[in-house]
Design a protein around this ligand. Structure first.
Ligand code: GLN
Ligand code: ZN
Length: 765
């Protein structure tokens, strides 16, 4: 007996981020298209070779993209908005223009919208459909990649985002406005016809299997969409190519019967996130179908417990025989490429991890074990895997009694500020003595080339610690001085000393580790290197206090202390999988709680706890929202509630949808929340108004994503709209988000205007 092994996708960026460098060199005009294509081809060849060497039965083709695989599909299907069609451009330049709004050749045009792919940190380019969209096939690029792989002697499985998921993730836009949901389904018949032609073309090129990714089957789907699955897949049924329907990122639940019954040749399911559904799937899977079991976590970087997975697969193997396939849970796009490169991670920690390349080996090892065919070498690898897991389970680096005891001792009072907001507001008013419409900023000021250079020199060892600190202090002093000159009411120190709002805290907390090459694609050529939370989190010493104390010593105005909140610290890291996420989050919350207390003791009276990732932590299924919101809100409160009444707690979130989570936002009980609103004409405040949101709000009036300088009138006008919804006594005037990506030449006049606007507003009352 042997089981088929495959992967749903593989990282494309290259172990050394070669693709990023090549694409950026092309954008900068340093290499031409031929060179770019050659480098891409070499990368694909290497990645297929890795899959073959690991012993996979197929290489996966179709997961490569210069920018984004959804954008590839849009171009393949002719979904190219009119504004990119006028100037006849090279195919690749049109592609980049859609993604970036500009290209080496061609006129600029508004880039397509980009948004997060399900609950990952990967951003895709949102398909933009015309109400009368037609689909015209341009499959040459994909077919070319298939031919490349075949020429290298590989057996090919093609991966494509499935038609329903593709449609679901897109928007129908007419005259710049998004049309209602039903309009997308109207496009389905044409879209299915196009997929039909595409699958036919793949079949003609001797492709045996196509993997159609339909992760929306792990979401709450409207009835019409469920119905649409039935009709669409029946239409594709007769095409002479085998179809593997791939669902991942969650459980099937009410879509289980639908997913199992669709007329395709195989089903892939995510048994990392939905192990409990395996028995029901086995019971209901028709006997002609393959089941691809996603048992190796494609979303995290820990070694798989092979023995546990083997026993999970035992029954499946008995029932299915060769119809059992074994795979990672989802595409490996979401994990870094190769652990072997990490030459600076200590051996113990490294031994607990597996990146994409290692996960392929886990999959083949599992398949051999389930078949009872481990050879001598594999038996050794198996034993090493089990030993690594045992060492992780027992390690005192991970489990710290004092952290666990402290968490266990947390009581209800620790989540509660001393007095309710109304009383706190009085105390704070007296202590801070702020005018109506107080002004502040979100935290960071421009990260100038000098600041970045100093940090690089310090890391490289060419700048001493003392010199680095004094350089940062100079930056802070400059920033404070500028804010005083601008007459801002509540100042910030500017965050010059921070490389990144999450990394900065992670580097100072115990239980965190950092990789050298653990890059994951975030969008386009942008990669992030999330920290790894491997153990109980603890704060060995104060993290921000000295900087804030210094900044406060330079001014008589209130200086805001700046912290990254527990949910955001969690959300933007690879998190340990040996305890619930919520427990890790509460540990971080306790560490931040100590920081709040220390800041207060150092004379800081206003403390902001940023939670920009609060919303993105929401689970995919609505039914799971309340549980998440409970512990997310609790974690924030655990950090903040140690503050005395007079200490004003701010939070900041930089996105726009609050309607469905407004209750939880209010439950945070932050004295002040600053949000991003400038581009939405204050409509976002409706949710706060409807809810009678009781605390203070700073709706952003300066769009920091644009180099434009907002005018005084424009900001006054926005604030007047805000004041029609929220009482003026509870409004602040501030930018949308931090200023670190802007230049001083932009920031100074914009903030001058912002302060001017606040003064005009005060004069009106
Ligand atoms: N305090 C951070 C800053 O100003 C907040 C960043 C964010 O919201 N993403 O940069
Ligand atoms: Zn922000």
């Amino acid at each position: 007996m042997s089981y088929t092994v495959h992967t749903l996708g593989y990282p494309r960026i290259g172990a050394q981020r070669e693709l990023k460098k090549a694409v950026e060199a092309y954008w900068a005009g340093q290499i031409n298209q031929t060179e770019l294509e050659q480098q891409a081809q070499a990368l694909r060849a290497r990645h297929w070779q890795e899959q073959q060497q690991a012993g996979l039965d197929f290489v996966t083709v179709g997961d490569f993209a210069f920018y984004d695989q959804v954008l590839n599909l849009s171009q393949l299907l002719g979904v190219i908005p009119a504004r990119f069609q006028d100037a006849p451009a090279e195919e690749l330049d049109t592609y980049f223009r859609m993604a970036r709004g500009r290209a080496p050749t061609g006129q600029p045009a508004a880039a397509c919208e980009m948004t997060k792919w399900f609950d990952t940190n990967y951003h895709y380019i949102v398909p933009e459909f015309d109400p009368a969209q037609s689909f015209t096939l341009a499959p040459q690029r994909l077919l070319g990649e298939v031919a490349e792989a075949q020429a290298l002697g590989h057996r090919v499985k093609v991966t494509l985002v499935g038609p329903l998921t593709y449609l679901w993730q897109g928007k129908v836009i007419a005259q710049g406005k998004t049309l209602a949901e039903a309009d997308r389904l109207a496009l389905l018949p044409d879209l299915i016809a196009a997929y039909g032609k595409l699958l036919q073309a793949l079949a003609e090129q001797q492709v045996e299997w196509v993997q159609l990714d339909e992760p929306i089957l792990a979401l709450d789907l409207p009835q019409a969409w469920k119905q649409a699955f039935e009709t669409s897949y029946h239409q594709l049924q007769s095409l002479p190519i085998k179809k593997l329907l791939a669902v991942y990122f969650g459980s099937l639940q009410d879509n289980l019967g639908l997913a199992v019954g669709l007329p395709v040749d195989g089903l892939h399911v995510d048994l990392v996130r939905a192990e409990q559904e395996l028995p029901a799937i086995l019971d209901r899977l028709p006997s002609y179908k393959v089941l691809s079991a996603g048992v190796v976590d494609g979303r995290n970087i820990w070694k798989t417990d092979l023995a546990a997975r083997q026993s999970l697969l035992h029954t499946a193997a008995e029932r299915l025989g060769e119809r059992l396939w074994i795979a990672p849970s989802c595409s490996l796009l979401h994990v870094p490429h190769d652990l072997a490169q990490e030459d600076q991670l200590d051996a113990e920690l490294k031994n607990w991890l597996a990146f994409a390349r290692q996960k392929l080996d886990e999959v083949t090892l599992l398949a051999a074990a389930v078949a009872g065919q481990l050879n001598a070498e594999q038996r050794q690898q198996w034993a090493a895997n089990q030993a690594a897991l045992a060492s992780r389970q027992a390690s005192t680096r991970i489990h710290k009694a004092q952290v666990q005891e402290r968490l266990a001792a947390v009581d209800a009072a620790m989540y509660q500020r001393t007095s309710p907001y109304v009383l706190r507001a009085k105390a704070q008013k007296q202590a801070l003595n702020l005018p109506l419409y107080p002004t502040t900023t979100i935290g960071s000021f421009p990260q100038t080339p000098e600041i970045r250079q100093a940090r690089r020199d310090f890391k490289a060892g060419t700048l001493s610690e003392a010199d680095y600190i004094s350089a940062m202090k100079q930056e802070i002093a400059y920033c404070v001085q500028q804010q005083e000159a601008l007459d801002i009411d509540v100042l910030v120190h500017g965050e010059a000393e921070r490389n990144d709002m999450v990394e900065y805290f992670g580097e100072q907390l115990a239980g965190y580790a950092f990789t050298r090459f653990g890059w994951v694609q975030s969008y386009g050529s942008r990669c992030v290197k999330p920290p790894v939370i491997y153990g109980d989190v603890e704060r060995p010493q104060a993290m921000t206090v000295e900087w804030s104390r210094y900044a406060q010593s330079l001014t008589a105005r209130p200086m805001k202390g700046m912290l990254t909140g527990p949910v955001t610290c969690l959300q933007w890291a690879f998190v340990r999988d040996d305890q619930p996420r919520e427990q890790t989050c509460r540990q971080i919350a306790l560490a931040l709680r100590d920081e709040v207390r220390d800041l207060e003791a150092a004379g800081i009276n206003v403390i902001q706890i940023d939670e920009p990732a609060f919303r993105e932590g929401l689970p995919l299924r609505q039914a799971d929202w309340p549980a998440y919101l409970r512990w997310a809100v609790d974690s924030f409160r655990l950090s903040a509630a140690v503050a005395q009444d007079v200490t004003q707690i701010h939070t900041h979130m930089c996105y726009s949808e609050f309607n469905d989570i407004i209750e939880a936002i209010a439950d945070l009980d932050a004295d002040v929340i600053t949000i991003e609103t400038s581009r939405s004409n204050m409509e976002l405040l409706d949710a706060f108004e409807r809810f009678d949101y009781p605390n203070e709000i700073g709706p952003g009036v300066y769009d920091i994503h644009s180099p434009n300088i907002p005018s005084v009138e424009w900001m006054v006008d926005l604030m007047a709209k805000a004041a029609a919804k929220i009482p003026a006594e509870r409004l602040w005037v501030n930018p949308d988000c931090g200023l670190k990506t802007r230049r001083w030449e932009e920031v100074t006049p914009a903030l001058e205007a912002l302060v001017q606007a606040a003064k005009q507003l005060r004069a009106r009352v």
